[in-house]
Design a protein around this ligand. Sequence first.
Ligand code: CA
Length: 229
Amino acid sequence: MSKILIIEDEVTIAELEKDYLELSGFEVEIESDGQQGLSQALAGEFDMYILDLMLPGIDGFEICRQIREAKNTPILMVSARKDDIDKIHGLGLGADDYITKPFSPSELVARVKAHLARYERLIGSSVQENELVEIRGIRIDKTARRVWVNGEEKTFTTKEYDLLVFLAQNPNRVFTKEELFREIWEMESVGDIATVTVHIKKIREKIEMDTAKPQYIETIWGVGYRFKM
Ligand code: CA
């Protein structure tokens, strides 16, 4: 369910927005103070922000600027004055859209839905482009050749990386050292199957909590290795 943060000091407007958005299936939080709204916006996981311009504490312009520095999440600005719109444009704050008071709640809901759909497509396409491999705590971004283990980035040599990706992309299959050597070192004359053992050891040091009891790359005695799904 998409979660929306409304930063609005006029209680009746905030409640009206909330009611209509909840009826449309959104989860909604309200903050009425600029400073608290900004803190909540930056700390929480929201899919969209609806931001009033005139607020106690920090105004909507500054909040918009600060959210945009940290996040790509869509921002819909709400203003009571038409001339604020020029200011929103002029300042280049990175707001995705604006709506002027008074507005119809159904208009607001329609805008929110459109922006969320567009944003989800955007995220979806960037994930696809990046070709992510995710298995339990391991996340591999194949486009960037980067690896995170439980959120912490680890660095691998080229061959360690190639071997890890090959195993992770073929989980639960047992490969012999010969097969892995052919797969990863195919074109190179140097090295032998002992190289595979050395590389597996190095990879385990980076991804396993306890290399004596590997949770990812298992040794199948007398056969080879298997990446557990
Ligand atoms: Ca206000």
